[in-house]
Design a protein around this ligand. Structure first.
Ligand code: ITT
Length: 190
C-alpha cells in the first residue's frame, strides 16, 4: 500500500493520524486536502459510521482510505454521548464539558471511556475494522490546552492529568486511537 487517504475533516484527528502513522512508509493525504465531501454519518454505531466514511473516501478517491469514528462515553449519561459526541458538543465544547461534569457530579459516577473504530476500505469495496478503547474518568473541571475535542475533561486510568495536559507524548501511546492503529499496523506488517 503506497498511498493512503485519511478520511477525516477533523484537524485534531488528522494530526494524531499523521504522527501515529509516520513510520509506516506510505504517502498520506486527507479527504480535506482532496476536497472529498463529508458523507452523512447515518449509522448508530462507531464501526458503522467508520465504514461509511472509509468507503465513501476510497470510492471517491480510488485510493485505500482510513476513517475513524470515535467518541466519549460517560457512565453517568448511560454511555452517552458516545457515537453522538460530535453532535453533543455541536462545536461548543465548554458547554458540553459543563453538562458532562454536572451529570458525573449528580450521579457521583465519574467513569468514562473513549472508543475509536478504525475502518480501512479499498476502492473495490473491501473493508477491515479495528476497535480501540481507553478507560478513565471525567475531570471535575476542564484542564489543559493540548489535543482536541473532549481531551480537557478525560483523565485516563493510571494518570492524574487530562489527555489535554498529558499531551501527545503520552496520549499517542495509550489512547483509543493509538490502540486501534496498533492493531491495523500489526495487520499491515503481517
Ligand atoms: P470526521 O468524521 O471528519 O472524522 P468528526 O469530528 O465528525 O470528524 P466523529 O464523528 O468521529 O468525528 O466525532 C468524534 C467526536 O468525538 C469528535 O468530534 C470529538 O469531539 C470526540 N473525540 C473523538 N476522539 C477524541 C479524542 O481523541 N480526544 C477528544 N475528543 C475526541
Amino acid at each position: 500500500m503506497k498511498q493512503l487517504v485519511i478520511a477525516t475533516h477533523n484537524p485534531g484527528k488528522l494530526r494524531e493520524f499523521l504522527s501515529l502513522l509516520a513510520p509506516q512508509g506510505f504517502g498520506v493525504t486527507s479527504s480535506g486536502e482532496l476536497g472529498l465531501p463529508e458523507p452523512d454519518e447515518a449509522a448508530d454505531t462507531f464501526p458503522g459510521n467508520a465504514r461509511i466514511k472509509a468507503l465513501a473516501a476510497a470510492q471517491a478517491s480510488g485510493l485505500p482510505a482510513l476513517a475513524d469514528d470515535s467518541g466519549l462515553s460517560v457512565a453517568a449519561l448511560g454511555g452517552g454521548p458516545g457515537v453522538f459526541s460530535a453532535r453533543y458538543a455541536a462545536g461548543d465544547y465548554p458547554s458540553a464539558f459543563a453538562r458532562i461534569i454536572e451529570a458525573a457530579r449528580g450521579a457521583d459516577d465519574w467513569r468514562a471511556w473513549f472508543t475509536c473504530a478504525l475502518c480501512l476500505a479499498r476502492p473495490d469495496g473491501s473493508t477491515a475494522t479495528y476497535i480501540g478503547q481507553a478507560y478513565g474518568r471525567i475531570a471535575p473541571a476542564p484542564h489543559g490546552a493540548g489535543g482536541f475535542g473532549y481531551d480537557p475533561v478525560f483523565i485516563p486510568d493510571g494518570y492524574e492529568q487530562s489527555y489535554a495536559e498529558l499531551g501527545p507524548a503520552v496520549k499517542d501511546k495509550i489512547s483509543h486511537r493509538a490502540q486501534a492503529i496498533a492493531q491495523l499496523k500489526a495487520v499491515l506488517k503481517g
